[in-house]
Design a protein around this ligand. Structure first.
Ligand code: SAH
Length: 253
């Protein structure tokens, strides 16, 4: 009888230990879950706050007044467009590296260039230099259709995937050379170039509608941001700001 009794007790002890271990594991998982949830929530609130601050202190304060542009800048999560290692700086007042030696422009420059396009919401827009896809997202919020071309394949592929994941159905990304424009879908109501060519690319002027606007940084070391308006007789150029963009490179063909 005795050995039988001790077996029973042993079994009970083992079950008790098992139950206790299960309880501790479950509690631990719950604590980790709650903590990580609150970290995510805190991060979300911080980014929202930083984005609002960015719009007020860097963009509105410098004179951008287009309501649609201000709203888009407050809505689009800039931090998801930059690499993890610079995410904490996503809402600061300067450009950031996005890989392949390229950069995402300073938030003010993105807002200012978009405002210069004078979009009403019904336009078909061409962007040269997709990069991270951030400027394209701002255009996706302020225009009807966005066509964007990127010459670095890795950037074109990742921007396309990210914009799709974010749900933008009106943004079309193409890997290719922006100097050729996108003749299959031209003409465009507006064109924005986010890399600097040495001269205004003639094919882009061709693909702009009469009355349409192109915003383009032109130059090498010293660059100026131009607003180019197409007229029946040619173009009218206005120099609006000294800028510093990465060069618009030529493709192999
Ligand atoms: N608009 C981007 C940043 C642009 S950086 C954003 O919001 O993140 C400039 C981009 O222009 C780079 O990604 C660069 O690879 C691209 N680029 C340079 N020359 C080009 C060309 N000829 N055609 C298309 N893209 C070009």
């Amino acid at each position: 009888m005795r050995p039988q009794f001790s077996m029973c007790l042993k079994k009970k002890i083992i079950i008790k230990i098992g139950q206790r271990a299960l309880f501790l594991t479950r509690s631990f998982i719950l604590v980790v879950f709650v903590l990580s949830g609150s970290v995510v929530m805190a991060e979300k609130a911080d980014y929202e706050k930083l984005r609002k601050q960015m719009v007020e202190e860097q963009i509105y304060a410098r004179g951008v007044r287009d309501e649609n542009v201000l709203e888009a800048m407050a809505r689009v999560k800039r931090h998801v467009f930059v690499p993890q290692n610079v995410r904490a700086f996503a809402y600061e007042d300067h450009p950031l590296p996005i890989g392949y030696g390229q950069t995402i422009s300073q938030p003010f420059v993105v807002a200012y260039m978009t405002e210069l396009l004078n979009l009403q919401g019904s336009e078909k827009v061409l962007e040269i230099g997709t990069g991270s896809g951030y400027q394209a997202a701002i255009l996706g919020e302020t225009a009807k259709e966005v066509y964007t071309i990127e010459i670095v394949e890795g950037l074109a592929v990742s921007a396309k995937a990210l914009l799709k994941k974010l749900g933008y159905k009106n943004i079309h990304v193409k890997y290719g050379d922006g100097y050729a424009g996108w003749p299959e879908v031209a003409p465009f109501d507006a064109i924005i170039v986010t890399a600097a060519p040495k001269e205004i690319p003639p094919k882009l002027v061709e693909q702009l509608k009469v009355g349409g606007r192109m915003v383009v940084p032109v130059g090498s070391f010293f660059q100026s941001l131009y607003v180019v308006t197409k007229t029946e007789d040619g173009i009218v150029k206005k120099d609006v700001l000294p800028v510093r963009f990465v060069p618009m490179v030529h493709g192999e063909n």
